[in-house]
Design a protein around this ligand. Structure first.
Ligand code: BGC
Length: 784
């Protein structure tokens, strides 16, 4: 038997238990005189609802409001924090959940305060930003997305949950499912890129990875879909900036990964910081009530982002903090992260009739339900397990999975003259500020990941791999801070390069140049890196760039002048080894870009599934001037969405269709034969795109509708098939009904979003898949 406050007290009435008349999970109350007595509740096995109703009926208003309060421990801060003694608040029953607290010991200590020192002993919920690993860090999320490997992504989330839950964490603030088409926005690194279909698939994989099949299992954690909604379209790419978009854009592009998370059973949602079409997301009835609760039927709880209730005041929506609390609760926000607006102001708002007790009870219930589902009422300490922690963190299998996940995330952007893979007989000059920097290996939002000793740098990995047989001449050479102008390291780098057969550059962005509050207006190489590259080029030696960044960068010069470029994002704890595996050909890279790389910042937003316009630019066309184009740049990206090379090559046959006529209830099959025409085994991500040629509203030039990752041996061929149904063709029409309209479609299958390998088919009749009713209904007035 596990000993909780509930069970201890209950079973201290030994006779009652022996007679089967006690309820081992019944809450206890402390009377005014300090005596504890068992609260009469129906036995837990009669169901969660009854248990929670009973508990709520015993709670004071202050205790209820306490459950809605999420407070950061002072361990790790992500923003302005309130100067409170959080331990005192827990003991006073004023806190329902704590974040930024981990390790079995520390969470146990905090849990004890709640379980043993509050009147009802309701356990705390521990949350944390376990985004791409907990201790063992995997590649940043955008990098993982570049693997297009859903199994590997799910496995990464599983490892993260296993390590985090062993350190007392119950709940992760992930997955981040914000689509973004603006690489100026630093948080593009936290999502899955620009595409709806890919983001949906990855959102599902991550939710399943974190939550597993059974929330009561001690190696699973609650997931949280964030940041709801449209945060990724911050104007001008400036973090926290407003978003303003059409209903169509919202529903077609920004909402689908959230909906997919609900369908995958995600336990919680986090509201976004941004204003959406005039109403900040944290007070947005339309998002939180009409869409999330009513249309999607979400039954988990909604937490705010960090102090985002308080921010309703500077947004200009709330007059003061009480008003902000009123707006947020009425919009359907259950839990207040760090702002303490609910805990300070809900009692007075209730008294004034601005909110109702029924609303508060609803929010409390949703939070208690999750605590119940995790099994915390049975044993509040079940996740704070020192032994499991010792066994699980940095476990060999986890490190191996991180190394494999990293190799899968790398994208080979260029490889002229087959400079890669390298041969161990070549001496190398390893140059750049990112070649031997542990801090930069794991990227932002790296949870409890160690930044100073655990990450393996590229230099360390090369030394370990090549031993004394290969000469490695290392020089940092350049600075990567925006303010760096000092070129005094160039001489050493040039001297190193002169001694080597190959120049291997490790350059890009410093780790904290992406992530939250890390927007940039210039996406070139910061500091003196560009200048050093250009000096080294004068030596006329083979040059390979290992590019590390959390976003697409404008790397035109490097693309034009260097032989090979491998994008490795921030590759995680085992990053150095993973990069070396690819540089030396132990692993053949197969990653594909989940986001378009612009040539110039002025092209942003640039994404593959744009509209055609009435004047599409046709370089070969007769007339050039009055076309949708730039005077000083091509329209084309530097690298398109879905792009990535391999050490081998692949040939695609023409697309064949089982029929050119698709009936509403039927399906057709599209096939290509893929052949590995190169000299080694390799994987290819075969991508399917569809274009609705003419419709009642204009449609994108093409949209990703499927992909398969195929491994082929040298010379091997395989037929790859995709099944297409009317549901794959649906979109929101003018009336916002979700329909597939009869007519002609182009279908493309190839190696990236620019493929011209296509066939045409017709949908014979239109189909309405969903009516607009729930989308267009008047905005609700809040929870009644
Ligand atoms: C971020 C969230 C994060 C939260 C808690 C905020 O600043 O926007 O993504 O989950 O902090 O750390």
């Amino acid at each position: 038997m596990t000993f909780t406050k509930y069970s201890k007290i209950a079973c201290s009435v030994a006779m009652a238990c022996a007679l089967g008349a006690c309820n081992p999970t019944a809450p206890v109350e402390t009377t005014a005189t300090g005596q504890q007595q068992i609260v009469t509740l129906p036995p837990q096995n009669t169901g969660m609802d009854q248990f929670i109703s009973g508990l709520i009926s015993k709670m004071t208003l202050e205790e209820k409001v306490g459950q809605l309060h999420l407070l950061s421990s002072d361990w790790d801060k992500t923003g302005p924090t309130l100067s409170v003694d959080y331990q005192q608040q827990i003991k006073a029953g004023k806190v329902g959940a704590v974040f930024n607290a981990y390790t079995a010991n520390f969470t146990r200590e905090l849990q004890k305060l709640a379980v043993e020192q509050t009147r009802l002993g309701i356990p705390l919920l521990f949350g944390y930003d376990v985004i791409h690993g907990h201790r063992t860090i995997f590649p940043i999320s955008l990098g993982e997305a570049a693997s297009w490997d859903l199994q590997s992504i799910q496995a990464g989330a599983r490892v993260a949950a296993t390590e985090a839950s062993a350190e007392g964490i119950h709940w992760t603030f992930a997955p981040m499912v914000d689509i973004s088409r603006d690489p100026r926005w630093g948080r593009i690194s936290e999502g899955s890129g620009e595409d709806v279909y890919l983001s949906i698939e990855i959102a599902k994989a991550r939710v399943h990875g974190f939550q597993g099949d059974d929330l009561t299992a001690t190696d699973t954690v609650l997931a949280c879909a964030k940041h709801y909604a449209a945060y990724g379209q911050a104007q001008a790419g400036r973090d926290y900036h407003s978003t303003d978009m059409s209903e169509r854009e919202l529903w077609e592009t920004y909402l689908p990964p959230f909906k997919a998370s609900v369908d995958a059973g995600v336990a919680s949602f986090m509201t976004a910081f941004n204003d959406l079409n005039g109403v900040p997301a944290t007070a947005n009835n339309y998002l939180l009530q009409d869409i999330l609760r009513q249309r999607w039927g979400f039954s988990g709880f909604v937490v705010t982002d960090y102090t985002s209730i308080n921010e309703l005041v500077p947004h200009g929506l709330a007059e003061d903090l009480p008003h902000a609390g009123q707006l947020a609760l009425n919009a359907g926000v259950d839990m207040d992260m760090q702002g303490a607006v609910y805990s300070k102001h809900l009692p007075e708002l209730l008294k004034a009739g601005k909110v109702s007790e029924a609303q508060i009870d609803k929010a409390v219930r949703r939070i208690l339900e999750m605590k119940y589902k995790l099994g915390l009422f049975e044993d509040p300490y079940r996740y704070s397990d020192e032994q499991r922690q010792a066994e699980q963190v940095y476990k060999a299998e986890h490190l191996a999975a991180a190394r494999d996940g990293a190799r899968k995330s790398f994208v080979l952007l260029k490889n002229d003259n087959k400079v890669l893979p390298l041969s161990p007989t070549q001496s190398i000059a390893l140059i750049g500020p990112l070649a031997d920097s542990k801090a930069d290996m794991i990227g932002s939002w790296s949870a409890a990941g160690d930044r100073s000793s655990k990450p393996v740098t590229l230099r360390e990995a090369l030394v370990a791999r090549l031993g004394a047989d290969t000469q490695i001449h290392y020089a940092k050479g350049a600075g990567y801070e925006f303010t760096d102008t000092d070129q005094s390291g160039f001489a050493e780098a040039i001297a190193a390069a002169k001694k080597a057969d190959v120049i291997l550059l490790a350059m890009g962005e410093k780790w904290d140049m992406t992530g939250e509050a890390a927007s940039r207006v210039d996406l070139g190489f910061p500091g003196t890196q560009d200048a050093l590259m250009q000096e080294l080029k004068k030596l006329d030696k083979p040059m390979v760039l290992v590019l590390m960044s959390g976003r697409p960068m404008t790397i035109n010069w490097a693309d034009e002048h260097l032989d090979s470029i491998l994008h490795t994002w921030y590759a995680g704890t085992q990053g150095g080894h993973a990069i070396a595996d690819v540089l030396y050909g132990d692993y053949n890279p197969a990653g594909k870009l989940p986001v378009t790389f612009p040539r110039h910042v002025g092209q942003i937003p640039i994404y593959y599934n744009m509209k055609n316009t009435g004047r599409p630019y046709e370089p070969e066309g007769p007339e050039q001037k009055y076309r949708s184009r730039y005077l000083d740049s091509s329209n084309q990206p530097l690298y398109p969405f879905g792009y990535g090379l391999s050490y081998t090559s692949f040939a695609y046959s023409a697309v064949t269709l089982s029929s050119t006529q698709l009936k509403p209830e039927g399906e057709i099959t599209a096939s290509v034969t893929l052949t590995n025409t190169g000299d080694r085994a390799g994987e290819e991500v075969v991508q399917l795109y569809i274009q609705d040629k003419t419709a009642s509203v204009t449609r994108p030039v093409r949209e990703l509708k499927g992909f398969q990752k195929i491994m082929l041996g040298k010379g091997e061929s395989k037929t790859v098939q995709f099944r297409i149904k009317a549901t794959d063709l649906a979109f929101y029409n003018l009336g916002m009904d979700y329909v597939a309209e009869a007519g002609e479609f182009n279908l493309f299958i190839g190696n990236d979003s620019s493929t011209s390998n296509k066939a045409a088919f017709w949908l014979t009749d239109s189909v309405q898949l969903q009516s607009a009713m729930a989308i267009t209904q008047p905005q609700s007035k809040g929870i009644q």
